[in-house]
Write a protein of this length. Structure first.
Length: 396
Protein backbone atom coordinates (compact mmCIF):
# COMPACT_ATOMS: atom_id res chain seq x y z
CA UNK A 1 0.00 0.00 0.00
CA UNK A 2 3.04 2.27 -0.30
CA UNK A 3 1.70 4.00 -3.39
CA UNK A 4 -1.49 4.93 -1.48
CA UNK A 5 0.32 6.92 1.21
CA UNK A 6 -1.13 10.17 -0.13
CA UNK A 7 -4.71 8.99 0.39
CA UNK A 8 -6.84 9.91 3.38
CA UNK A 9 -8.25 7.26 5.72
CA UNK A 10 -11.74 7.79 4.29
CA UNK A 11 -10.45 7.10 0.78
CA UNK A 12 -8.63 3.97 1.96
CA UNK A 13 -11.83 2.75 3.63
CA UNK A 14 -13.73 3.41 0.42
CA UNK A 15 -11.22 1.35 -1.53
CA UNK A 16 -11.39 -1.55 0.93
CA UNK A 17 -15.19 -1.54 1.02
CA UNK A 18 -15.27 -1.46 -2.78
CA UNK A 19 -12.89 -4.42 -3.01
CA UNK A 20 -14.93 -6.41 -0.52
CA UNK A 21 -18.17 -5.84 -2.39
CA UNK A 22 -20.02 -4.78 0.75
CA UNK A 23 -21.49 -1.66 -0.82
CA UNK A 24 -24.83 -2.41 -2.43
CA UNK A 25 -24.49 0.58 -4.74
CA UNK A 26 -21.25 -0.66 -6.32
CA UNK A 27 -21.70 -0.92 -10.07
CA UNK A 28 -18.46 -2.75 -10.90
CA UNK A 29 -20.28 -5.95 -11.72
CA UNK A 30 -22.89 -4.41 -13.98
CA UNK A 31 -22.52 -4.43 -17.72
CA UNK A 32 -22.36 -1.50 -20.07
CA UNK A 33 -20.48 1.61 -19.17
CA UNK A 34 -21.37 1.94 -15.48
CA UNK A 35 -18.26 3.29 -13.73
CA UNK A 36 -17.13 1.67 -10.47
CA UNK A 37 -16.95 3.50 -7.15
CA UNK A 38 -13.71 5.43 -6.93
CA UNK A 39 -12.34 7.86 -4.33
CA UNK A 40 -12.57 11.52 -5.25
CA UNK A 41 -10.19 14.25 -4.08
CA UNK A 42 -12.86 16.85 -3.42
CA UNK A 43 -10.57 19.66 -2.32
CA UNK A 44 -8.96 20.10 -5.78
CA UNK A 45 -12.13 20.93 -7.75
CA UNK A 46 -15.27 22.61 -6.49
CA UNK A 47 -18.72 21.22 -7.39
CA UNK A 48 -19.22 24.18 -9.74
CA UNK A 49 -15.95 23.39 -11.52
CA UNK A 50 -16.97 19.73 -11.88
CA UNK A 51 -20.33 20.73 -13.31
CA UNK A 52 -18.58 23.05 -15.77
CA UNK A 53 -16.21 20.28 -16.84
CA UNK A 54 -19.17 17.95 -17.28
CA UNK A 55 -20.88 20.51 -19.52
CA UNK A 56 -17.67 21.02 -21.54
CA UNK A 57 -17.30 17.27 -21.97
CA UNK A 58 -20.96 16.82 -22.84
CA UNK A 59 -20.84 19.38 -25.67
CA UNK A 60 -17.39 18.53 -27.05
CA UNK A 61 -17.86 14.75 -26.96
CA UNK A 62 -21.20 15.19 -28.70
CA UNK A 63 -19.26 16.59 -31.67
CA UNK A 64 -16.77 13.73 -31.37
CA UNK A 65 -19.60 11.18 -31.41
CA UNK A 66 -20.95 12.68 -34.64
CA UNK A 67 -17.49 12.44 -36.24
CA UNK A 68 -17.03 8.83 -35.10
CA UNK A 69 -20.49 7.94 -36.40
CA UNK A 70 -19.52 9.24 -39.84
CA UNK A 71 -16.26 7.29 -39.83
CA UNK A 72 -17.83 4.00 -38.72
CA UNK A 73 -21.11 4.24 -40.58
CA UNK A 74 -22.97 3.36 -37.37
CA UNK A 75 -24.90 5.39 -34.81
CA UNK A 76 -22.69 6.48 -31.90
CA UNK A 77 -24.06 7.92 -28.66
CA UNK A 78 -22.08 9.24 -25.69
CA UNK A 79 -23.87 9.92 -22.39
CA UNK A 80 -23.40 12.73 -19.86
CA UNK A 81 -19.95 12.40 -18.24
CA UNK A 82 -18.99 11.61 -14.66
CA UNK A 83 -16.18 13.83 -13.27
CA UNK A 84 -13.86 12.65 -10.49
CA UNK A 85 -10.33 13.43 -9.30
CA UNK A 86 -7.88 10.65 -8.38
CA UNK A 87 -4.23 9.64 -8.86
CA UNK A 88 -3.40 7.74 -12.03
CA UNK A 89 -2.42 4.58 -10.16
CA UNK A 90 -5.79 4.49 -8.35
CA UNK A 91 -7.58 4.81 -11.68
CA UNK A 92 -5.59 1.85 -12.97
CA UNK A 93 -6.52 -0.22 -9.90
CA UNK A 94 -10.21 0.24 -10.69
CA UNK A 95 -9.77 -0.64 -14.38
CA UNK A 96 -7.35 -3.65 -14.50
CA UNK A 97 -7.88 -4.26 -18.23
CA UNK A 98 -5.89 -3.66 -21.44
CA UNK A 99 -6.60 -0.14 -22.68
CA UNK A 100 -5.63 1.75 -25.80
CA UNK A 101 -4.22 5.03 -24.49
CA UNK A 102 -4.28 8.00 -26.88
CA UNK A 103 -2.38 11.12 -25.80
CA UNK A 104 -3.03 14.41 -27.56
CA UNK A 105 -1.21 17.66 -26.76
CA UNK A 106 -2.86 21.04 -27.05
CA UNK A 107 -0.65 23.29 -29.21
CA UNK A 108 -2.74 26.49 -29.35
CA UNK A 109 -5.16 27.97 -26.85
CA UNK A 110 -4.57 25.53 -23.95
CA UNK A 111 -1.29 24.59 -22.28
CA UNK A 112 -1.24 20.88 -21.47
CA UNK A 113 -2.07 17.36 -22.61
CA UNK A 114 -5.23 15.34 -22.98
CA UNK A 115 -5.33 11.53 -22.58
CA UNK A 116 -8.12 9.26 -23.79
CA UNK A 117 -8.36 5.62 -22.74
CA UNK A 118 -10.59 3.09 -24.47
CA UNK A 119 -10.77 -0.63 -23.76
CA UNK A 120 -8.72 -2.75 -26.16
CA UNK A 121 -11.75 -4.88 -27.02
CA UNK A 122 -13.73 -1.77 -28.01
CA UNK A 123 -10.76 -0.44 -29.97
CA UNK A 124 -10.67 -3.73 -31.91
CA UNK A 125 -14.32 -3.26 -32.91
CA UNK A 126 -13.64 0.33 -34.07
CA UNK A 127 -10.60 -0.82 -36.06
CA UNK A 128 -12.59 -3.63 -37.68
CA UNK A 129 -15.35 -1.21 -38.75
CA UNK A 130 -12.85 1.28 -40.18
CA UNK A 131 -11.14 -1.48 -42.17
CA UNK A 132 -14.36 -2.60 -43.83
CA UNK A 133 -15.61 -5.26 -41.38
CA UNK A 134 -18.97 -5.43 -39.67
CA UNK A 135 -17.54 -5.28 -36.13
CA UNK A 136 -19.11 -8.56 -35.01
CA UNK A 137 -15.91 -10.62 -35.20
CA UNK A 138 -12.93 -8.31 -34.62
CA UNK A 139 -9.33 -9.44 -34.28
CA UNK A 140 -8.42 -10.37 -30.72
CA UNK A 141 -4.88 -9.02 -31.05
CA UNK A 142 -4.43 -5.35 -31.93
CA UNK A 143 -1.75 -4.98 -34.61
CA UNK A 144 0.05 -1.81 -35.63
CA UNK A 145 -2.44 -1.44 -38.48
CA UNK A 146 -5.39 -1.65 -36.09
CA UNK A 147 -3.80 0.85 -33.71
CA UNK A 148 -3.13 3.21 -36.61
CA UNK A 149 -6.80 2.98 -37.67
CA UNK A 150 -8.03 3.73 -34.14
CA UNK A 151 -5.46 6.52 -33.83
CA UNK A 152 -6.88 8.12 -36.96
CA UNK A 153 -10.40 7.82 -35.57
CA UNK A 154 -9.31 9.43 -32.30
CA UNK A 155 -7.46 12.13 -34.25
CA UNK A 156 -10.66 12.98 -36.13
CA UNK A 157 -12.65 12.93 -32.88
CA UNK A 158 -10.18 15.20 -31.10
CA UNK A 159 -10.23 17.55 -34.07
CA UNK A 160 -13.99 17.84 -33.61
CA UNK A 161 -13.47 18.38 -29.87
CA UNK A 162 -10.93 21.16 -30.56
CA UNK A 163 -13.38 22.85 -32.94
CA UNK A 164 -16.14 22.62 -30.34
CA UNK A 165 -13.85 24.03 -27.64
CA UNK A 166 -12.86 26.91 -29.93
CA UNK A 167 -16.54 27.79 -30.28
CA UNK A 168 -17.20 27.53 -26.54
CA UNK A 169 -14.09 29.41 -25.39
CA UNK A 170 -14.20 31.96 -28.25
CA UNK A 171 -10.54 31.44 -29.08
CA UNK A 172 -8.54 29.17 -31.37
CA UNK A 173 -7.80 25.69 -29.98
CA UNK A 174 -5.50 23.31 -31.86
CA UNK A 175 -3.99 19.90 -31.14
CA UNK A 176 -1.00 17.79 -32.14
CA UNK A 177 -1.18 14.35 -33.83
CA UNK A 178 -2.05 11.63 -31.27
CA UNK A 179 0.34 9.19 -29.62
CA UNK A 180 -1.21 5.71 -29.38
CA UNK A 181 -0.05 3.01 -26.93
CA UNK A 182 -1.54 -0.28 -25.77
CA UNK A 183 -1.30 -0.51 -21.96
CA UNK A 184 -2.49 -3.22 -19.56
CA UNK A 185 -3.77 -1.23 -16.58
CA UNK A 186 -3.44 -4.29 -14.37
CA UNK A 187 0.31 -4.77 -14.85
CA UNK A 188 1.77 -1.64 -16.50
CA UNK A 189 1.99 2.03 -15.68
CA UNK A 190 0.54 4.62 -18.05
CA UNK A 191 3.53 6.21 -19.74
CA UNK A 192 2.46 9.73 -20.74
CA UNK A 193 3.82 13.26 -20.59
CA UNK A 194 0.77 14.39 -18.65
CA UNK A 195 1.36 13.46 -14.99
CA UNK A 196 3.21 11.07 -12.73
CA UNK A 197 1.53 7.92 -11.44
CA UNK A 198 0.84 9.34 -7.97
CA UNK A 199 -0.27 12.81 -9.06
CA UNK A 200 -4.03 13.48 -9.03
CA UNK A 201 -5.68 13.91 -12.42
CA UNK A 202 -9.21 14.79 -13.48
CA UNK A 203 -11.02 11.76 -14.90
CA UNK A 204 -14.06 12.40 -17.09
CA UNK A 205 -15.84 9.10 -17.84
CA UNK A 206 -18.35 8.73 -20.67
CA UNK A 207 -20.56 5.79 -21.53
CA UNK A 208 -20.23 5.08 -25.26
CA UNK A 209 -22.62 2.97 -27.35
CA UNK A 210 -22.03 2.05 -31.00
CA UNK A 211 -25.16 0.64 -32.65
CA UNK A 212 -25.32 -2.59 -30.59
CA UNK A 213 -21.60 -3.36 -31.11
CA UNK A 214 -20.07 -1.41 -28.20
CA UNK A 215 -21.57 -0.56 -24.82
CA UNK A 216 -18.64 0.45 -22.69
CA UNK A 217 -16.79 3.35 -21.10
CA UNK A 218 -14.31 5.81 -22.54
CA UNK A 219 -12.20 7.94 -20.21
CA UNK A 220 -10.69 11.37 -20.68
CA UNK A 221 -7.92 12.36 -18.26
CA UNK A 222 -6.64 15.90 -17.73
CA UNK A 223 -4.30 17.54 -15.29
CA UNK A 224 -5.96 19.70 -12.66
CA UNK A 225 -4.33 22.82 -14.15
CA UNK A 226 -5.72 22.10 -17.63
CA UNK A 227 -9.17 21.38 -16.17
CA UNK A 228 -9.18 24.68 -14.24
CA UNK A 229 -7.98 26.52 -17.36
CA UNK A 230 -10.93 25.10 -19.31
CA UNK A 231 -13.38 26.10 -16.58
CA UNK A 232 -11.95 29.61 -16.47
CA UNK A 233 -12.23 29.90 -20.27
CA UNK A 234 -15.85 28.75 -20.11
CA UNK A 235 -16.74 31.18 -17.34
CA UNK A 236 -15.15 34.07 -19.20
CA UNK A 237 -17.74 35.02 -21.80
CA UNK A 238 -15.65 37.83 -23.25
CA UNK A 239 -13.77 36.89 -26.46
CA UNK A 240 -10.09 37.52 -26.75
CA UNK A 241 -9.52 41.21 -27.32
CA UNK A 242 -7.12 42.28 -30.02
CA UNK A 243 -4.23 44.46 -28.80
CA UNK A 244 -5.00 48.18 -29.20
CA UNK A 245 -3.37 49.77 -32.25
CA UNK A 246 -0.31 51.91 -31.54
CA UNK A 247 -1.10 55.63 -31.21
CA UNK A 248 -0.67 57.51 -34.42
CA UNK A 249 1.90 60.24 -34.47
CA UNK A 250 0.46 63.72 -34.68
CA UNK A 251 0.75 65.04 -38.21
CA UNK A 252 3.38 67.70 -38.73
CA UNK A 253 1.92 71.19 -39.08
CA UNK A 254 1.68 72.21 -42.66
CA UNK A 255 2.14 75.67 -43.95
CA UNK A 256 -0.99 77.13 -45.39
CA UNK A 257 -0.47 77.96 -49.04
CA UNK A 258 -1.79 81.28 -50.19
CA UNK A 259 -5.12 81.02 -52.00
CA UNK A 260 -4.83 80.85 -55.80
CA UNK A 261 -5.75 83.94 -57.70
CA UNK A 262 -9.32 83.99 -59.02
CA UNK A 263 -9.74 82.56 -62.48
CA UNK A 264 -10.71 84.96 -65.16
CA UNK A 265 -13.65 84.17 -67.42
CA UNK A 266 -12.62 82.93 -70.87
CA UNK A 267 -12.90 85.35 -73.74
CA UNK A 268 -16.28 85.11 -75.42
CA UNK A 269 -14.77 84.43 -78.82
CA UNK A 270 -13.32 81.03 -77.71
CA UNK A 271 -15.53 77.94 -78.18
CA UNK A 272 -14.79 75.16 -75.61
CA UNK A 273 -16.14 71.62 -75.97
CA UNK A 274 -18.72 70.46 -73.44
CA UNK A 275 -17.53 68.32 -70.46
CA UNK A 276 -16.82 64.66 -71.19
CA UNK A 277 -15.23 65.23 -74.59
CA UNK A 278 -11.59 65.02 -75.38
CA UNK A 279 -8.97 62.63 -73.86
CA UNK A 280 -5.87 63.40 -71.86
CA UNK A 281 -6.37 67.11 -72.09
CA UNK A 282 -6.63 67.20 -75.89
CA UNK A 283 -9.09 69.42 -77.61
CA UNK A 284 -10.49 66.67 -79.88
CA UNK A 285 -14.06 67.37 -80.93
CA UNK A 286 -16.63 64.53 -81.29
CA UNK A 287 -17.55 63.56 -84.82
CA UNK A 288 -21.33 63.85 -84.87
CA UNK A 289 -23.03 62.64 -88.05
CA UNK A 290 -26.58 63.69 -88.77
CA UNK A 291 -29.09 62.93 -91.50
CA UNK A 292 -27.53 59.49 -92.16
CA UNK A 293 -30.00 57.18 -94.02
CA UNK A 294 -30.85 54.02 -91.96
CA UNK A 295 -32.53 50.88 -93.28
CA UNK A 296 -33.27 47.47 -91.68
CA UNK A 297 -30.88 44.57 -92.35
CA UNK A 298 -32.01 42.09 -95.00
CA UNK A 299 -31.10 38.38 -95.08
CA UNK A 300 -31.49 35.69 -97.67
CA UNK A 301 -34.36 33.29 -96.91
CA UNK A 302 -33.33 29.98 -95.33
CA UNK A 303 -33.52 26.97 -97.56
CA UNK A 304 -35.27 23.87 -96.18
CA UNK A 305 -33.37 21.53 -98.46
CA UNK A 306 -30.97 19.11 -96.70
CA UNK A 307 -27.37 20.16 -96.63
CA UNK A 308 -24.88 17.85 -98.26
CA UNK A 309 -22.34 16.69 -95.65
CA UNK A 310 -18.97 15.38 -96.72
CA UNK A 311 -18.31 12.63 -94.15
CA UNK A 312 -14.72 12.30 -95.23
CA UNK A 313 -14.01 15.64 -93.56
CA UNK A 314 -14.12 13.90 -90.16
CA UNK A 315 -10.66 12.55 -90.96
CA UNK A 316 -9.33 16.06 -90.56
CA UNK A 317 -9.84 16.00 -86.79
CA UNK A 318 -9.26 12.34 -85.92
CA UNK A 319 -5.80 13.09 -84.51
CA UNK A 320 -6.99 15.94 -82.26
CA UNK A 321 -6.16 14.90 -78.64
CA UNK A 322 -8.99 14.87 -76.08
CA UNK A 323 -8.65 14.78 -72.30
CA UNK A 324 -10.41 11.77 -70.73
CA UNK A 325 -11.18 12.15 -67.03
CA UNK A 326 -12.76 9.69 -64.60
CA UNK A 327 -14.39 11.46 -61.63
CA UNK A 328 -14.83 9.46 -58.42
CA UNK A 329 -16.93 12.15 -56.78
CA UNK A 330 -16.97 15.69 -55.49
CA UNK A 331 -17.36 17.56 -52.20
CA UNK A 332 -17.30 21.10 -50.89
CA UNK A 333 -15.03 22.29 -48.07
CA UNK A 334 -14.61 25.60 -46.33
CA UNK A 335 -11.24 27.32 -46.29
CA UNK A 336 -10.81 26.34 -42.64
CA UNK A 337 -11.50 22.68 -43.43
CA UNK A 338 -8.96 22.78 -46.28
CA UNK A 339 -6.33 24.30 -43.98
CA UNK A 340 -6.99 21.57 -41.41
CA UNK A 341 -6.19 18.80 -43.92
CA UNK A 342 -3.03 16.85 -43.13
CA UNK A 343 -1.41 13.58 -44.06
CA UNK A 344 -3.86 10.81 -43.25
CA UNK A 345 -6.96 13.02 -43.35
CA UNK A 346 -10.04 11.52 -45.00
CA UNK A 347 -12.06 13.54 -47.53
CA UNK A 348 -15.57 12.16 -47.95
CA UNK A 349 -17.05 12.40 -51.46
CA UNK A 350 -20.67 12.59 -52.57
CA UNK A 351 -20.54 9.15 -54.22
CA UNK A 352 -21.47 5.92 -52.49
CA UNK A 353 -19.00 3.03 -52.46
CA UNK A 354 -19.59 0.89 -55.56
CA UNK A 355 -21.57 3.58 -57.36
CA UNK A 356 -20.62 4.02 -61.06
CA UNK A 357 -18.04 6.70 -61.76
CA UNK A 358 -18.46 9.43 -64.36
CA UNK A 359 -16.33 9.56 -67.53
CA UNK A 360 -15.74 13.03 -68.91
CA UNK A 361 -14.27 14.14 -72.25
CA UNK A 362 -12.64 17.56 -72.08
CA UNK A 363 -14.65 18.20 -68.92
CA UNK A 364 -18.01 17.20 -70.42
CA UNK A 365 -19.98 14.22 -69.13
CA UNK A 366 -20.06 11.32 -71.62
CA UNK A 367 -20.60 7.96 -69.90
CA UNK A 368 -20.67 5.94 -66.69
CA UNK A 369 -18.37 3.10 -65.81
CA UNK A 370 -16.87 0.93 -63.10
CA UNK A 371 -13.29 0.95 -61.86
CA UNK A 372 -11.23 -2.15 -62.68
CA UNK A 373 -7.62 -3.19 -62.15
CA UNK A 374 -5.52 -4.26 -65.15
CA UNK A 375 -2.22 -5.77 -64.02
CA UNK A 376 -1.09 -3.04 -61.62
CA UNK A 377 -2.93 -0.14 -63.22
CA UNK A 378 -6.41 1.23 -62.66
CA UNK A 379 -8.87 1.30 -65.54
CA UNK A 380 -12.53 1.97 -66.13
CA UNK A 381 -15.05 -0.23 -67.93
CA UNK A 382 -17.81 1.74 -69.71
CA UNK A 383 -21.21 0.49 -68.61
CA UNK A 384 -23.53 3.21 -69.95
CA UNK A 385 -23.28 5.93 -72.60
CA UNK A 386 -25.10 9.09 -71.58
CA UNK A 387 -28.04 10.20 -73.69
CA UNK A 388 -28.09 13.74 -75.18
CA UNK A 389 -30.62 14.77 -72.54
CA UNK A 390 -28.34 13.56 -69.72
CA UNK A 391 -25.36 15.37 -71.22
CA UNK A 392 -27.40 18.55 -71.53
CA UNK A 393 -28.50 18.22 -67.88
CA UNK A 394 -24.84 18.10 -66.77
CA UNK A 395 -24.14 21.31 -68.70
CA UNK A 396 -26.83 23.18 -66.78
Amino acid sequence: MAMMSDLSQAEIDALLSGAGGGDSNDDTSSGGGAPPNMPDTDDLLTPIEKDALGEIGNISMGSAATTLSTLLGHKVSITTPNVTVAPMNIIQQHYPLPYLVVEVAYTIGIDGNNVFAIQATDAAVIADLMMGGDGTNPEQQLTELHMSAVGEAMNQMMGAVATSLSSMFKKKIDISPPKVNLVDFGTEEIVTDMAKSTEPVVRVAFRMEVDGLIDSEIMQMLTVNVAKEMVEALMNDEPEEAPPPPPKAAPAPQKTAPPPPPKQAPPPQQNYPPPGYGYGGSSMQPNVVTNMPVSPAQFMPLSMEPVQVNESNINLILDVPLQVTVELGRTKKTIKEILDLATGSIVELDKLAGEPVEIQINGHYLAKGEVVVIDENFGVRITEIASPAERAAHLA
